[in-house]
Design a binder for this molecule. Structure first.
Ligand SMILES: [Zn+2]
Ligand SMILES: [Zn+2]
Length: 291
């Protein structure tokens, strides 16, 4: 599976000189499977660059897994160029109840008060579906949805590619508030078990958490704790705080790495950076440079 980050920022887009390396666009990640549609995780503003990428002119089939309906995760959808091509098919998936609620969310943000083109006028075939109770087969992968600990309804996704198609496990878990020792800690640890790549919300520093309790986000250290306990191979720190500069993301990442080294773990930790693309078993690129 090839992973590409198109948007890694939480809450609101923050373009500018202090966010050039990790990027200012809100969540969007693509996952290229051995076969089947291109998986797209969330439709934050990063999805615009994905839709405009030269290689997308040959891509017709997309499975868009939406974590929830907060603006930073859906706002790019009306600007996703494949939506305006009649040869394209976009299957939108959420967890239980996702079929109706996601259609409503996307449709509402395209009402004429907010946007000139309504959802039903998109030329692409847009379908809505939900993943519940069990696994859903999408191309060469199977996908499981599970609830987030966030404000409102939302889902994380575990994606497993068939061994004969190259194998690999990715868990996408953003906008999720971890509390070590809480009853749901074990649930999330089990969901993330053995993942090759865990993409987890790491919006805050530990000392920022008390004032933000209940906001539905995690500290980098708690995301690291989870990845360590779950035996993940790699952790992508994700959903960067809009007020966090590139340099302060470097510091947050270094702090998480120091925490992992204390346990003698081989967990590889990096901060997800816009335009970063890699095979889950391959080397991780450094963020783009500003020079
Ligand atoms: Zn968010
Ligand atoms: Zn959210």
């Amino acid at each position: 599976m090839q992973v590409t980050f198109w948007g890694t920022r939480g809450s609101i887009p923050v373009p500018g000189p202090s966010t050039l390396r990790y990027g200012g666009n809100t969540p969007c990640v693509s996952v290229r499977l051995a076969s089947g549609p291109l998986l797209v995780l969330d439709a934050g503003t990063g999805i615009r660059a994905l839709g405009n990428a030269p290689e997308m002119s040959a891509e017709c089939s997309f499975a868009l897994l939406l974590s929830h309906g907060h603006w930073d995760h859906i706002q790019g959808f009306p600007f996703f160029a494949p939506g305006y091509r009649d040869i394209c098919r976009i299957q939108v998936f959420g967890g239980p109840g996702g079929t109706n609620c996601l259609k409503q969310l996307l449709s509402d943000q395209m009402e004429d008060s907010y946007f000139p083109v309504p959802l039903e006028q998109l030329q692409a075939q847009v379908e809505f579906d939900e993943i519940y109770d069990d696994w859903k087969q999408i191309g060469s992968a199977r996908v499981q949805a599970f609830p987030l600990r966030h404000t409102g309804v939302g889902w994380g996704f575990r994606i497993e590619e068939r061994p004969e198609s190259g194998g690999g496990v990715i868990v996408y878990l953003t906008d999720n508030e971890l509390t070590p020792g809480s009853p749901d800690w074990d649930f999330y640890r089990d969901i993330c078990h053995g993942a090759d790549l865990l993409i987890h919300d790491a919006q805050y520093l530990d000392h920022e958490m008390p004032a933000r309790k209940g906001w539905g986000h995690s500290s980098g250290r708690d995301a690291t704790r989870l990845a360590l306990e779950a035996g993940c191979k790699r952790l992508a720190l994700f959903h960067h705080d809009p007020d966090r500069s590139d340099d302060s993301i470097d510091a947050l990442t270094a702090d998480c790495r120091a925490q992992a080294i204390l346990t003698s773990s081989t967990l590889e930790i990096f901060a997800a950076a816009e335009a970063q693309s890699f095979e889950i078993s391959g080397a991780i690129q450094e963020p783009r440079t500003t020079s």
